[in-house]
Design a protein around this ligand. Structure first.
Ligand SMILES: [Zn+2]
Length: 149
């Protein structure tokens, strides 16, 4: 690895990998192989988590039931950045949205794309657009776009 691949704008890149565990693996494999969003349900409080978690953080019981979710949701919150740190896989302006996925109680933080920042609003319906080449990461969802679904 040469220096230009290690240092970017005076910052040191630290490439690394980590094991996301059994629960995270199932979630990312669903995205990668089938373009599916999976969450899991707490047997005690019925909350559906996405991204899925191994143990309900309210009840402290294992969340073993898997729930196939829709690829649609609602924008709960969003922000727009007009500068790039060089690590985001998007050109500016970048719209970050907190998306409440249909059928889940949790939300995903992800990009909102194919829309002008001024046209994004809280409550807007969106749909996931999956990347053509998927690798088993959250970026297997390219971004969410406005939708009538
Ligand atoms: Zn619970």
């Amino acid at each position: 690895m040469d220096v230009e691949n290690i240092i970017y704008h005076g910052r040191i890149k630290v490439p690394y990998k980590w094991y996301v565990g059994e629960t995270g693996s199932r979630f990312f494999i669903g995205l990668r192989d089938n373009k599916e969003l999976w969450g899991n349900r707490c047997p005690k409080c019925d909350r559906v988590y996405v991204p899925p978690i191994k143990t309900c953080w309210e009840c402290f019981v294992p969340t073993k039931e898997w729930v196939k979710l829709k690829d649609t949701g609602t924008v709960e919150s969003f922000t727009v950045t007009h500068y790039s740190e060089g690590v985001a896989p998007k050109d500016v302006p970048i719209i970050y949205g907190l998306i409440k996925i249909d059928g889940a109680d949790g939300s995903l933080l992800h990009f909102i794309g194919d829309v002008e920042p001024g046209d994004v609003s809280v409550g807007m319906r969106v749909k996931a657009v999956f990347a053509e080449e998927r690798t088993g990461s959250i970026l297997d969802i390219k971004h969410f776009v406005p939708s009538n679904e």
